[in-house]
Design a protein around this ligand. Sequence first.
Ligand code: AMP
Length: 284
Amino acid sequence: MSIRVIERIRAMQAWADEVRREGKRIGLVPTMGCLHEGHLSLIRLARERTDGVVVSIFVNPTQFGPGEDFEKYPRTFERDQELVEQAGGEVIFTPNVEEMYPPGFCTAVQVDKLTEGLCGASRPGHFRGVTTVVAKLLCAVKPHVAVFGQKDFQQAVVIRRMVRDLNLNVEIVIAPIVREADGLAISSRNAYLSPSERRVARVLFQSLEKARERVRAGEREASGIISAMKAEIEAKPMARIDYIEMVDAETIEPATRVEGRVLVALAVWIGKTRLIDNVVLEKK
Ligand code: AMP
């Protein structure tokens, strides 16, 4: 059975209505394509919880800032199609930019507070683009469950908030980070790294592991944990820190100590490529 590719919102909604009429549950995995094992794990998780999985592939221009990599973002549709099929997805929803943002489009969904720190601070307007496109994808695909990766932890928290605040009738599931053998979180942007940059990039995970070890050993102060991480990353000439922070995992507000569930999140430039990663730590 070959996979169905849908490009129009109306056709997507008609498919969803039909599936819902049959009493079946729909899963959605939103992506920007260039699929990898991280995305595939989300598709498998969605399959376990629903009867038919839609993978959206849309490189959303409104979540990229000026000078970011929208133009050069890797587009590998044919390969993506094979991977979705292998992972058991049923539909690829791949609207073009005009379909999503026709002339006259002037609406946005904005989640406040949770979007102020971390990636929200370094990428102004990014989350407004994300929440607006995800709201539109939810209206097009009408899923019962939508799966997002912990890799983009802040994004997942922001989308959960949006869903609650707007009473959207969908369950948001957050899936664990899938990593390469050396710990680097898999990302479409890893393709930008040269071989030497790729070797350096493992320092992101190594520094997060260091944070985890320190907490396991009893350290609680954010300042000590963060400065050890900074020292490790700054020792690599190709790496430049955008941010490293400890925040409350629910509110995304700065945390000075490991108490309850905290998130240690970082964004680091390796050459011209900005990579993110995180770990959730809990004081038991
Ligand atoms: P993207 O195509 O980068 O926008 O990512 C689409 C979805 O896949 C988002 O929910 C990401 O958090 C998730 N994702 C990306 N990389 C990974 C990974 N290494 N492990 C788990 N989920 C991921």
